[in-house]
Design a protein around this ligand. Structure first.
Ligand code: ATP
Ligand code: MG
Length: 358
């Protein structure tokens, strides 16, 4: 088993083929827009596969932008409820009185402004899944009502007496530490134990750095297609920065950064470090400055050897073009035959080129 650091280095040059093979989500549907190959996520996928078809309640915990909603959607996507509604409720967005009517619906005249009967999210989700996002921010009164639905699968609309029965699978998510919330009296422990049947802890991106090149490449392709822009790849230094960045906003931050870079990048040029708009501190913390120093030493007069410079440039071009010699030759404005000759002179090797690795 390679060590984590080695795996990251391996991943620096993700070839197209390896991406296609690996963003198959460990056997999940290729149409679902979620990619990963880290061992941390692999364990989570294995768990999801086991529980998706059951009706077990799932609690997803993770920092902002780690993919909680995407994972909730995936569970629904591969469950037997996939053709039924997936209804999302953001428990933090609504004041308590509105949230209750949102969840359970209301009868006509239940409160001022309730001009007609309205179905709630639980009714809408009947047969499918309800996703209770930010459940850690739900008011205590609403928590007890949710608990009742979870126990009995029944409830009444606000202002009504009729008991409504539903068949709904519940997936809840939060970025709060619910045990701590229980300790300070903000969260009911009985509700916690009721929803915590299956617990999924999504690791932050900085703890699964092998995923960074893969997800970055996924978004480069997505936004290149959407924006109809030919942005061929990442400069190797850019990829190094991405891999070493701390990602406080996790995958959402990575996604936004790549979208912006594709938008701003000149056509037919790889994404350069300066296109990343990383805060300066992070850029230097990520080693950007050091690396620039290192690569410029090769240009300093005391060590300047034309052959070294040429080899360095060829290597960079090859990395930028995913080691496709034809493309690298084009980038260097030389013929493929000349490049091939220089590759043999400098004894440059890559596993993709079996016939050259003597
Ligand atoms: N493994 C992944 N592959 C591809 N895209 C991903 C992956 N994980 C997350 N994303 C994308 O990252 C963004 C954030 O994901 P999501 O909204 O699911 O995070 P979240 O944990 O719910 O965040 P928040 O706590 O802020 O609500 C979305 O655009 C989502 O599609
Ligand atoms: Mg979310």
């Amino acid at each position: 088993m390679p060590k984590a650091a080695e795996k990251v280095i391996e991943m620096k040059d993700v070839s197209n083929k390896s991406i296609e093979r690996n963003w198959g989500n460990f056997g999940f549907d290729h149409n679902y827009p979620l990619v990963s190959r880290s061992s941390e996520m692999k364990d989570i996928f294995a768990l999801i596969k086991k529980i998706a078809k059951s009706n077990a309640t799932v609690l997803i915990h993770g920092e902002t932008g780690t993919g909680k909603e995407l994972i909730a959607g995936l569970i629904q996507f591969i469950s037997t409820r996939s053709t039924k509604p997936f209804v999302k409720v953001n428990c933090a967005a609504l004041p308590e009185n509105l949230l209750e009517s949102e969840l359970f619906g209301h009868e006509k005249g239940a409160f001022t402004g309730a001009f007609q009967r309205r179905k709630g999210k639980f009714e809408e989700a009947d047969g499918g899944t309800i996703f209770l996002d930010e459940i850690g921010d739900m008011h205590l009164t609403t928590q007890s009502k949710i608990l009742r639905v979870l126990q009995d699968q029944e409830f009444s609309r606000v202002g009504g007496n009729q008991v409504i029965q539903v068949n709904v699978r519940v997936i809840a998510a939060t970025n709060k530490d619910l045990i701590r919330e229980i300790d300070v009296g903000n969260f009911r422990s009985d509700l916690y134990y009721r929803i915590n049947v299956v617990n999924i802890q999504l690791p932050p991106l900085r703890n699964r750095r092998e995923d960074i090149p893969l997800i970055a490449e996924f978004f480069r392709r997505k936004f290149s297609q959407e924006l109809r822009k030919d942005v061929p790849g990442f400069h190797p230094e850019t990829m190094d920065l991405l891999i070493h960045h701390n990602w406080p906003g996790n995958i959402r931050e990575l996604r936004n950064m790549i979208e912006r870079a594709v938008l701003l990048e000149e056509e037919r040029k790889p994404i350069m470090p300066q296109d990343l708009a990383m805060p300066g501190r992070d850029y230097f913390a990520a080693g950007g400055k050091d690396r620039r120093k290192q690569s410029s030493t090769i240009m300093s007069l005391s060590t300047l050897k034309l052959a070294d410079v040429e080899k360095e440039v060829i290597l960079k071009a090859l990395k930028m073009t995913n080691w496709v010699q034809k493309d690298a030759a084009k980038l260097l404005s030389i013929s493929a035959r000349v490049l091939n000759y220089k590759i043999s002179i400098y004894k440059i090797k890559h596993p993709n080129w079996r016939k050259y690795s003597s």
